[in-house]
Design a protein around this ligand. Sequence first.
Ligand SMILES: Cc1ncc(C[n+]2csc(CCOP(=O)(O)OP(=O)(O)O)c2C)c(N)n1
Ligand SMILES: [Mg+2]
Length: 363
Amino acid sequence: MDSPKKIVAKYEIGYTQFLDPSGKLNYPLPLSLQENPLLIEMYQAMVRTRVFDAKAILLQRTGQLGTYPSILGQEAIGVGIGAAMDEHDVFCPYYRDLGTQFWRGVKMAEILLYWGGDERGSCFANNPQDFPICVPVASQTLHAVGVATAFKLRNEARAVVTTIGDGGTSRGDFYESLNVAGVWQLPLVLVINNNQWAISVPRNKQTFTATLAEKGIAAGILGQQVDGNDVIAVFHAVQEGIQRAKQGGGPSLIEAMSYRMSDHTTADDAKRYRLASEVEAHRLEDPIARLKHYLMSGQKWNETDETNLQEKAKAEVDNAVEEYLRIEPNAPSVMFDSLYATLPRALESQRQEVLHGIKSKNE
Ligand SMILES: Cc1ncc(C[n+]2csc(CCOP(=O)(O)OP(=O)(O)O)c2C)c(N)n1
Ligand SMILES: [Mg+2]
């Protein structure tokens, strides 16, 4: 006998794309991008980020930088988020967020310092309210929930934006963050950078659901997908999420669909686990090429502008590299300085060893 079942809840996940891979705008621009230079600024920011990214890899290859995670192909996610945020909002990044960080004023030399293994690269001169790069996967979402709780308790009209990879959404930290954000209706926007890979683990071996956005449903959070290679779609969704958060409408979850065109980091060789043909297919979805095409076809950009931009970006990156290489390395003992307010005794003795050299057993 059929059970007398009635539907008590139903959910849908939407997908938004304004600009398709060929550079064609299929919907009118959002109001906030009409008749204003922001779209061109976003284009410039994506190019600048890509120039930096390529240089960072070269620095690592020549022994002048530590392990570095490229953001190649994911520039629209970072820049779209950055452009949508207000100065006084707080950003809790993971490690693939150069685009947002540069937009918000983090200096290129600071990012180089960070990946060069120097703590000073986590101390942003221009935007100290933003959090440092977070490598422990998913823990940044907990930090973001903490900041958003503070804003809510203090009645401040500020929002928190945090980012996470597709693989990171499998971690408990992420689900716990979602749950708290939902039940406390926190002013939080969570953006998933779904670049289809978590090192060598593909998205379909990570989560069985059709989308990652629907992970918000169980927490009562509005989830949606956007084309993460369309900077307009990313910008629009994040801006809406921030507005909702500030009006007391609670958190949102945005799954930005993209693809990791690079190795996971400079310590990885993705050729060992994925086909070159797969990567090549995604090249056609490039976020920069499609926006360039759109701007050029509307006479808002031309080849002279492009040459000037490339030269300016290269000079800016070269200057940042010089600044980074000029900075004297920190003393090794500073690794003990930023972790605890009061250093535990066991670490104090280790600090002394670093400061004064390890005594040999015979001394
Ligand atoms: C808690 C934790 N476990 C494992 C790692 C090692 N690790 C670094 S990146 C990564 C994969 C993350 O993939 P994803 O969340 O999809 O982000 P992506 O790197 O693709 O942007 C792993 C397992 C880590 N940094 N932190
Ligand atoms: Mg990933």
